[in-house]
Structures are given as C-alpha cells and as structure tokens.
Design a protein around this ligand. Sequence first.
Ligand code: FMN
Length: 398
Amino acid sequence: MDDRRTFLRFLAASPLYAGLPWAAAALAQAPDSEPLVTRAQDALDVFDLEKVAHKTIPVAHWGYLMTGVDGEETLKANREAYAHWQLRTRRLVDLSKLDMGTELFGVRYASPIFLCPLGSQKAFQAEGELASARAAKARNTLQILSSATSTGVEDVVAAHGGPLWYQLYTSSDLNVAMKIVARAERAGCTAVAVTVDLPAGRNTETLSRAMRADTRQCAACHGDAGPGALSARPMYQGIDTKGLLNTSPALTWDFIKRLRDATRMKVLVKGLESGEDAALAVKYGCDGVMVSNHGGRATETARGTLESLPEVVAAVKGRIPVLVDGGVRRGTDALKALALGATAVGIGRPYIWGLGAFGQAGVERTLDVLNNELRLAMGGVGARTVKEITPAALIRRA
Ligand SMILES: Cc1cc2nc3c(=O)[nH]c(=O)nc-3n(C[C@H](O)[C@H](O)[C@H](O)COP(=O)(O)O)c2cc1C
C-alpha cells in the first residue's frame, strides 16, 4: 500500500503527469488521495488549484473549461511543445535587481504574464470577471476581457482600475461588432484583440460528454432570459445576439482595415499561427499579434503554439509585439516562449482554476505561483530583465 502511494506521488510529481492535464484525462481522473488545499496561499503550483476547481465547478461548466476539439491533439500539442526545450543555465550573474517588468503600448506591467480572454466567468465563480479584474489590479497584470463576458465592460474596467483590453468576436453582423467596439472604447479599453481562429465553428467533444453527465436543469440558466443566455448579459442587452459570438465566416483582412480606421484603440489579431498571416497583420496596420490556437479549442491537429511562434516572430521582424498563449502551466514555460521571441505570455485555464477554487485570491495565487516560477527560471538562465531572455537560454532536447 505504501509502495503504491509512493508511486502515485512520484507519478503526480512527474513532468509526464503534469504535461497531461487535458480535458478527457482530467474528467476521468480518480479523486486524488492527497487532501485538497483549503486556502489559496497553500497552492504550490497551478495544479493544486486545478484540483480544487474540479470539485467546485459544476461538471458541464468544467467540461466547457477543459474541452479541446475532436480528439484534443492540438490541446496536447500545446503542452508537449514546451517539453521539447530545456533551459541552458548561466551562473554568477548579479541577480540582486532582477526585474520582470514588461511594457506594452506604453503601460508597464509587473510581469510578461497576462490573463487571456475567457468567456462566461460567472459560470466558474459568482464574481466572475470582477474577481479576475481585482486580482489583475492587485498584481499589476494585463487582463483581456472576452466578448463572451458575463459582466459589462464598464464594471470590469472599474474593478481593474487600469487600461483593459477587449477581445472581439466579429459576429455575423459587422455593424454590431463595430457598436460593441465603440462601447469598449468609451468604457476606457485601450486595445481590441480580434479573434480569428474560429471561422467555421468547432466540435467540443469533451464538453458534449460533460453536458450529458450534468444532472442539473441547464435550461433554467441557458434559456432566453437566464444568466447563461447572451441576450440577458449586460454587454448585449438591446442587441440581436444571433451569431454574436461567432467569427463571421465572411471575415477577411478588409474588416481589420475598417476596424483600424474606426477606432483609436490598438488593434491586435488573436489566433494567428503562420508567418504569412503575421506579415499580413503588419501590412494591414495591426499594432500586435497573438499567436494562439484558442487553447486547443479551434483547429484540430494543429501545432502547439510554441512551435508556431518562431515563424511569426521571424515574419514580424520586431515591428510589433508578438503575444502568445496556450498550454502555459509553469514559469519555465513562460520563459521558453519569451526566449523564442514572445513579448508577453498569456494564461487561460490556470487562472480560471484559481478563480473557481478561491475567487480573487485564487487568481492572485495563480499569478504569484507562475511569476515566482518565472523569476526562478530567469535566475537560472542569468537573465536580469525580460529583455535579457534570449534564444541562448534554451537548448532543444536531444
Ligand atoms: C473556457 C474558455 C473560454 C475561452 N473563451 C475565449 C473567448 O471568449 N475569446 C477568445 O478569444 N478566446 C477564448 N478562449 C481562449 C483563451 O483566450 C486562450 O487562447 C487559451 O485559453 C490559452 O490556452 P490555455 O487555456 O491552455 O492557457 C477561451 C478558452 C477557454 C479555456
């Protein structure tokens, strides 16, 4: 019995296990024999928060959070890409003034790690986006608010206190999209990130299975007037929400050009993975690009985002910031992305694990854990600033 426990503990601590937290496995996972942490500050890594959130979040919502698409190969690739690199250490560098500060569009943040846009956060915890915003404020962290927010942009801006970025699904009616952009700008958002990686819908198989396992009356919330319905959300009252949270299938670079002309906000495209598209983003006047595959929730059997990052960085040639997200679960992951040319690194599911587990304190703990790990990794490769994290910090695993 003791042997078995020791072995399970060894497995749980092994990078192989940590590298496999994808949805199907997480749903099927047997309850851990270790007790769950009961306070946010006791979480040693983001997986401690994941375990608590798995218990607190209703099964269908957990499925929505964890799902990839089809057989979840892209979801897996996001994690695996990080395991292909090892850190190349440097010693005897004076680290007494190690600084993780990162500037984006003239605003200085405490670290290059930011909160990705994730929809419907009240499905994970009662305060939803407001708790995430307060945590982001407390940790001087960039937050990008999802189009699918369960809270109005004005309230989230107020809770964050600093400039927020807004993520846009263009919807099948581009005029509606423009109205929403104008509202986000009026509320004080300083950038809009247009998500372009879902042009044709998707097959979220794990979510469908989880919905079957949920015995609650979903219609009570997801019916027309329920809090799960878009039309009932503060962001969309008075707007015809049909097709609102989709990318228009007719979307082309022309819309980016129109948007560029219609707003004073910075414009980014979220969901690029190729050098050709990155070059077009620069050509059409984008202020930044986000290398993302929607956390493995868009195109199936695509590359991990870390694998796509170098060709985007090469095409952009330093002209605009390149942000990346997908599968970041450790500070060392963030360091690897920065070494391969990212300006900043986004996290999605990990901060929602913190939110679901402990609300604002959980999101703060997620940020503290990852920032601390990044700080240690920077020390390991002798980087005193984010700018000093270069490709020399990495070596490809043999
Ligand atoms: C539950 C969930 C909801 C999401 N909602 C949005 C969204 O509304 N808009 C968007 O652009 N991306 C959305 N994403 C993608 C994230 O912004 C981000 O690209 C992804 O979560 C990063 O991968 P990670 O979860 O492995 O860290 C969502 C992801 C998840 C898991």
